[in-house]
Ligand binder design. Sequence first.
Ligand SMILES: Cc1cc2nc3c(=O)[nH]c(=O)nc-3n(C[C@H](O)[C@H](O)[C@H](O)COP(=O)(O)OP(=O)(O)OC[C@H]3O[C@@H](n4cnc5c(N)ncnc54)[C@H](O)[C@@H]3O)c2cc1C
Length: 421
Amino acid sequence: MQDPSVTIEDAPIFDPVAFRLTDKEAKLTATARDLGQRLFAGRAERYDREAIFPTENYRDMAEAGLLGICIPEDQGGAGADFRAYAITAAEIGRYCGATALTWNMHVCSTLWSGPLSDDLEMSQADREGHLERRAMHYRRIVEGGKIYAQPFSEGGAAAAGVVPFSTNAKKVDGGWVINGKKIFASLSGSADYYGVLCGEIKPNEKPSRKDTMYIAVPASAEGVEVVGDWDPLGMRGTVSRTLVFNDVFVDDDEALMPRGVYYQAATRWPHMFMTLSPTYMGLAQAAYDFTVNYLRGEWPGLPPVKRRMYPTKQIAVAQMRVMLEQTKALWFQAISEACPDPSEDQVLRAYAAQFTVMENANELAQLAIRTCGGQSMLKTLPLERLYRDSRCGSLMLPWTAEICLDRIGRQGLYKPGETDE
Ligand SMILES: Cc1cc2nc3c(=O)[nH]c(=O)nc-3n(C[C@H](O)[C@H](O)[C@H](O)COP(=O)(O)OP(=O)(O)OC[C@H]3O[C@@H](n4cnc5c(N)ncnc54)[C@H](O)[C@@H]3O)c2cc1C
């Protein structure tokens, strides 16, 4: 555990002047950094060791208004857009990966139904219904501090966006009946609502990804069950157990998007799948920060032994800095250009940014351990947790490191519709 009486004031990951942040972005990132440094860093070790949900951090984030970060200001939120959210989440990830990653699942329920949906096409009736329904979801969050999760993984090819979800929703009078199973459901047992992606069953029609529905299932609804355990390598505080839905009835108002809008979002607003990367941007920064403070003999609570005078340490820190700056620059560009209907070049850059952050976060943590040495990997220090947590990044569907490489290579070599036949 870090000694809370000794702190070094961390500089922002993205300096507001150098990166030309808006006032809102500067304020939100400062709030996140303050909470992270003052409170979350010291709690992270227990959440990780016991694999428990960061409940106290969520209370603090609710108080600071961060649960409603992407909710419009006139509805009590902070009105953050995609980039403002992403750089704020990076500051949280710097201090507690599990908090940032689970917070992402919660925020997506408001980002996707909010600023992102505003960019998509809907009939007037759908738009009116959507605005009314989302206002109800937003009130729950802003006034009631409710937490939303976002389970879409099922263990098959659906989470990669290849086939329709097998968790299904059947339209009935006044609502939907949901059946299915979701694996790796972060916040399971702690969220108040599960924002489930599921396929609408239509009589006499084959399941289609176009019929994907995004529906909030109350955790207390009859037929919702959390099963199995959660004892993974890293990101242990996400508590991503399995969720089972057995004939769960939910009201019409629980829809987070009207029919057809999730599919439209997935095809027209692809950067929506980059929202898992901010956590790992924060972990990358944390690995670098730790190394510098450790080698300077300034890590809080440790004897002030300096190790910075060896040329090998200086070279390693230089290599880490180069890798960190490359990661930051590419990622910042990609999140800055997120928009509906991006060009092919912008989408390829987003894949490259996602790949770079996910892989470099872990490579930086590896370098940090090698450079700082044996004592740095003891469980009393955060570095070994950064190493384990960062390893999980490139596994996150739908944009795993492998899938990003696959698409960058294929789309670089083949124009749409081109084959070698
Ligand atoms: C800490 C943590 C928290 C998570 N939280 C959530 C959550 O809250 N909600 C949620 O929905 N999911 C969550 N996930 C799940 C995550 O997105 C994956 O679905 C999960 O890791 C299981 O996937 P898998 O690697 O077993 O998938 P598999 O489908 O078995 O894929 C294995 C690998 O094969 C490759 N692959 C798969 N499909 C393709 C393809 N079509 N083309 C090319 N390569 C492919 C990918 O690289 C993938 O990594 C979380 C995962 C982790 C690690």
